[in-house]
Design a protein around this ligand. Structure first.
Ligand code: FAD
Length: 342
């Protein structure tokens, strides 16, 4: 197969934003996505997931997401938006193609997939984190007779069950909001939950973080606001009014056959435990290049692998790059760097 100039691995917002800038060049490129359909991770999210920014601030370069300044889009709107985006720009996505491993031979990247082997002068990894959920290792998981799942697998409430929700981020708060309408719930958090004031949403956080980031570029040491605190989207406000978030318990120490227990003797019977405990970047396909070493980057460029960029994995690959509104900026700079490299 003739080598491509660039292969983009992934097919979510990060890959599409990179594709948007690549299509404005003369470079020969392709996007490889393991999903059956467009939409990246959003297509797997639970039905009631609500984005934390109004639609106008959930846009990739080139097309504004419909919905305006007041509407918080749901996950299906994100899927529809990305599907239309891909079509509008005729981005060359091949799916389903899962990249198993990438290595370098004679100066070319060899991209091994579950279908064909591809070759490229440069590679952009934009695989997100959905396929790498993090669940803490808690003793006696095997003895628990109920169901343990990660927020990545959550779809709809467990009507009539007693459910423990673990995690004080946006996923935990939104899932708790939905479950608490039809089930008996317990909230387990490592830290006290931090709720943002009602008027602060993802747009505000992005603008504030941009200003602080720019100050940092000028040499001032400031900490950007956290995107991890709970944003008061309408469903969370409604749950707060029902007093859903008034009590929480510290992390439990062990599973028991019918629930969870703490070292101080406390026990709770539960049928389901949902871990809303985050994700780590899905990077196993790059293992042959890095051999177990930590991947270091300057912006999105991998420092120890010439010709490799990583887009969309969060602050270590570009400020706010794990958000729809933030990834465009790092995708643009990535393509500029690729042009310089090639
Ligand atoms: P993904 O959407 O995960 O896309 C990566 C793609 O790569 C997927 O299609 C995947 O299947 C594919 N892939 C993975 N591995 C391989 C491989 N080896 N070979 C081929 N393909 C592969 N962001 C916002 O901007 N606003 C929000 O309100 C917001 N809310 C969020 C709420 C929750 C609960 C979560 C979890 C995230 C939220 N985010 C939000 C964050 C962010 O937008 C998403 O995580 C986003 O999906 C990241 O996009 P991505 O393209 O980098 O990764």
């Amino acid at each position: 197969m003739e080598p491509y100039d660039v292969i983009v691995i992934g097919g979510g917002q990060s890959a599409l934003a990179t594709g948007y800038y690549l299509r404005r060049t003369t470079l020969r490129y392709v996007i490889l996505d393991r999903e059956e359909a467009p939409g990246g991770a959003w297509q797997h999210a639970w039905d009631s997931l609500t984005l934390f920014s109004p639609a106008l601030w959930c846009s990739l370069p080139g097309v504004i997401m419909p919905g305006g300044k007041e509407h918080y889009p749901g996950k299906q709107e994100a899927v529809d938006y990305l599907t239309a985006y891909e079509e509008r720009y005729q981005l060359p996505v091949i799916r389903p193609v899962e990249v198993k491993r990438v290595n370098k031979e004679n100066g070319l990247f060899v991209v091994h997939t579950n279908r064909d082997t591809y070759y490229a002068k440069a590679v952009v990894s934009a695989t997100g984190s959905y396929h790498s959920p993090v669940i803490p290792d808690i003793p006696n998981k095997g003895s628990f007779k109920g169901r343990i799942l990660h927020s990545a697998e959550y779809r709809a409430p467990f009507r009539g069950k007693r459910v423990a929700v673990v995690g004080e981020g946006n996923s935990g708060a939104q899932i708790l909001a939905e479950l608490s309408k039809v089930t008996d719930t317990l909230w387990i958090t490592r830290n006290s939950p931090e709720f943002l004031p009602d008027h602060i949403d993802g747009k505000y956080l992005f603008d504030a973080a941009t200003q602080l980031y720019e100050a940092k570029q000028r040499g001032e040491e400031l900490q950007p606001p956290s995107l991890g605190h709970i944003v008061m989207v309408p469903a969370v406000k409604e749950a707060r009014d029902r007093k859903v978030y008034q009590a929480w318990l510290p992390p439990f120490d062990t599973f028991t056959p019918d629930g969870i227990a703490w070292n101080d003797g406390r026990k709770e019977q539960v049928d389901v435990v949902i871990f809303c405990t985050g994700f780590k970047p899905s990077l196993s396909h790059l293992a042959p290049i890095f051999n177990g070493h930590k991947i270091t980057t300057k912006g999105t460029r991998a420092l120890e692998a010439d010709g490799l960029w990583l887009v969309g994995y969060g602050s270590w690959t570009g400020f706010a790059s794990a958000t729809i509104i933030g990834v465009g900026r790092t995708a643009k700079r990535t393509v500029e760097e690729i042009i310089g490299y090639l």
